[in-house]
Ligand binder design. Structure first.
Ligand code: GDP
Ligand code: MG
Length: 440
């Protein structure tokens, strides 16, 4: 795939805005990548359309090919669709908080139950009780009991011949009486979705009103994931998804399909058979895996960073010429915010260490920078070009307009004057030496 793609990328090295043709060409490859990753067809179609709309007309960052730019846009949209931020298990409810795991047979419910329980108990200091409601598979309850012994998590004693709802009620009772924080219900699956399974799952939900109901699904399920998620979502109130076997060689397309269809967050990933093989879900990692183009994405991210640096360099040049006005200062403040403080223009100048320290000491955090920008944007064009015209009444007007004070404006103007003067001197002498009493 990468070969095919780079072929296209090589062809397209023109700069400017993305045309419909750029986008269509790149999207053909993206479409293929998504289908290869086993994303459901409908989801692919929707996704591709959405990205096309967003991408056409966007500026291509210098030194990046249009196709690469599209990949970056696709990646960002994938991350967005997958949910951007990790969403943890929610335990904010009256104890015992009930968590139910549902899914098909063999998807990893029992293993995941034990994984989550152990994590809650060791990391989050929760007292956890696990109960198996699987009366279908011989030895299923025994399996959870053994896992409980291995992980030192309590399990509900097994009583032969009970039905799932009866066990649920007994488990609720035991959790309350035993002072447990969390009760985990490991349900029975089926080889495929059927009415009986849905009815049983709904009855357990009714008897236990879980705070979290997690659908456990095999990452290798691919296309079927959509049906699965949809069916369960109609039958119980899903609060999230756990994707297992992410350690397998699937590309994780099921994550995108399930999230897109149900809108439910993917909360956790199963990454192996071992009990500690459980990870929080990171949308950007899965996005890279689905797309298989992590290299292109980081390349474009670098290029975008470089553009910021180039802007900073241009501002530094202006400073050296002494034509540094308040508009330039405002740009500079923006750079400081983006580059996290003093990474911006000043660091491009030779011998800057000492000024850097002074500015760092002035504590220019984002809120200060924002206020300074507000001041500048409340000025007229003339005032920004030539701050000398700022008399008392103009300053009052600007203070009112920006919600700041005349003192703050004075401070800003002074800072600007010092910077501009200094730059002029630097420009003439070709360095900063001597500016600070010979020490700098
Ligand atoms: P259940 O029928 O849904 O309860 O599934 P089980 O928890 O019994 O798991 C079925 C099989 O999948 C077991 O052999 C597990 O060890 C294995 N398994 C579960 N989760 C993972 C995972 O994240 N990665 C891998 N490689 N195997 C897993
Ligand atoms: Mg099981």
């Amino acid at each position: 795939l990468s070969d095919r793609l780079s072929g296209i990328l090589d062809k397209l090295t023109r700069r400017g805005a993305l045309t419909e043709q750029d986008v269509s060409e790149a999207m053909r490859e993206v479409r293929r990548a998504l289908l290869e990753a086993d994303v459901a067809l409908d989801v692919v179609k929707d996704f591709v359309e959405r990205v096309k709309e967003k991408a056409v007309g966007q500026e291509v960052v210098k030194s990046v090919a249009p196709g690469q730019m599209v990949i970056k846009i696709v990646h960002d949209e994938l991350v967005e669709t997958l949910g951007r931020e990790p969403e943890p298990i929610d335990l904010a409810a009256a104890v015992p908080v009930v968590m139910m795991l549902v899914g098909l047979q063999g998807s990893g419910k029992t293993t995941t139950t034990a994984k989550i329980a152990r994590r809650l108990q060791t990391r989050d200091k929760q007292k956890v009780l696990m109960a198996s409601l699987d009366t279908r598979r011989p030895a299923a309850q025994e399996q959870l009991k053994i896992l409980g012994e291995q992980t030192d998590v309590a399990t509900l004693p097994i009583v032969e011949g009970e039905d799932p709802v009866t066990i649920t009620k007994r488990a609720m009772d035991a959790a309350r009486r035993g002072g447990y924080d969390v009760l985990m219900l490991d349900t029975a699956g089926r080889t495929h979705i059927d009415e009986e399974l849905m009815a049983e799952t709904a009855a357990i939900e009714k008897a236990s009103t879980p705070h979290e109901t997690l659908l456990v699904a095999d990452a290798l399920t691919g296309q079927d994931a959509v049906n699965l998620a949809q069916n369960f979502d109609e039958c119980v109130k899903l609060t999230g998804i756990v994707l297992t076997r992410i350690d397998g060689d699937g590309r994780g397309g099921a994550a995108l399909s399930m999230r897109a269809v149900t809108g439910k967050p993917i909360k956790l990933l199963g990454t192996g058979e071992k009990i500690d093989a459980l990870e929080d879900f990171h949308p950007d990692r899965i996005a890279n895996r689905i797309l298989g183009m992590g290299d292109v994405v980081s390349l474009v991210e670098k290029a975008i960073e470089n553009v910021e640096v180039e802007k900073a360099e241009a501002a530094a040049k202006k400073m050296r010429k002494g034509t540094f006005d308040l508009d330039d200062l405002s740009d500079q403040l923006e750079q400081m915010k983006k580059l996290g403080g003093m990474g911006g223009v000043l660091s491009m100048l030779p011998g800057i260490g000492k000024i850097k320290k002074q500015i760092d000491a002035a504590n220019l955090d984002d809120s200060v920078l924002n206020r300074q920008q507000a001041i500048i944007s409340s000025m007229t064009k003339k005032e920004r070009k030539n701050p000398k015209v700022l008399n008392a009444s103009r300053k009052k007007r600007v203070a009112a307009g920006s919600g700041t004070s005349v003192q703050e404006i004075n401070k800003l103007v002074k800072m600007h004057r010092q910077m501009a003067d200094m730059m002029k001197k630097v420009g003439k002498r070709g360095g900063l030496g001597g500016l600070f009493g010979g020490g700098g």
